[in-house]
Design a protein around this ligand. Structure first.
Ligand code: ADP
Ligand code: ADP
Length: 229
């Protein structure tokens, strides 16, 4: 269970236009922190830096005390499981979608992954069987069902760090609450970062970091931040 540290990170996509302006924060091991802030604040950008799609111009990003520049791409990918807002599923079975992850996955790998997801209670609300085809030619899943499959796909790989990038933002509040309740149960004690813009999404977070113009402007617990709003 590693910690995640941003230490004075400066980054811009273009020269002379910094998007992150000396961003520093620490997510301690095993905690669930939320990152909120207005659109354009730099939330997705920091997620991209964590994956090394880009590297900071200044500062460092550490996972478990180690600069991610010194970590192989393969172990970085294994360390961080991401659930994006709009997960794309393959036109294949639900089981394949949960168990894919590896090109050389065998049928029994896929079944094991699907069983894992089932055990976690993530997809027990899906009325469909694992061998149900979904997508273009198969069954159309609702947004909530799709996100459950995507979350299961990420969690069965057992990543020590979980990054939810607006993972439930596109869903209605009730579906979101159901998914968050399940996540809370299965992802507890995992280091997790939830990027969100709805306050209801982050009520369970151990701490909320408020980002504005690429800087941390405030941090606290849910109730504390609401008080001086
Ligand atoms: P948030 O996720 O908080 O809405 P983003 O990280 O997406 O914010 O964007 C922060 C700023 O970076 C915005 O001004 C956005 O226009 C800019 N930006 C995002 N992606 C790119 C890109 N690929 N190239 C140039 N500018 C970008
Ligand atoms: P994996 O490689 O673990 O099987 P995916 O195929 O879903 O994961 O995604 C490939 C890579 O793309 C991920 O490891 C992650 O680094 C990156 N990625 C996917 N979606 C996003 C996103 N919304 N924001 C940032 N990175 C993403």
């Amino acid at each position: 269970r590693p910690s995640v540290v941003f230490d004075n990170v400066v980054f811009g996509y273009e020269k002379d236009r910094a998007i992150l302006n000396g961003l520093s924060f620490e997510v301690p091991a095993g905690r669930n922190y939320a990152i909120v802030g207005p659109s354009g604040a730099g939330k997705s950008t920091l997620a991209r830096l964590l994956f090394r799609f880009y590297d900071p111009q200044e500062g460092r990003i550490l996972i478990d005390g180690q600069n991610i520049k010194d970590v192989t791409q393969a172990s970085l990918r294994a360390a961080i499981g991401i659930v994006p807002q709009d997960s794309v599923l393959f036109n294949d079975t639900i089981g394949y979608n949960i168990g894919y992850g590896r090109e050389d996955a065998t049928q029994s790998d896929i079944e094991a992954a699907a069983r894992g997801a089932s055990l976690m209670g993530l997809i027990d609300r899906l009325p469909k069987r694992f061998d149900t085809e979904v997508g273009e030619r198969g069954l159309k899943l609702s947004g909530g069902e799709k996100q459950r499959v995507a979350i299961a796909r990420t969690l069965v790989k057992n990543p020590p760090i979980l990054l939810l990038d607006e993972a439930t933002s596109a869903l209605d509040t009730r579906t979101e609450q159901e998914i968050l309740a399940t996540l809370h149960r299965v992802a507890e004690h995992r280091t997790s970062i939830s990027i969100a813009h709805r306050l209801s999404t982050i009520a369970d977070a151990d701490r909320i970091l408020v980002l504005s113009d690429g800087r941390l402007v405030e941090s606290g617990r849910h109730g504390e931040l609401l008080r001086h709003d």
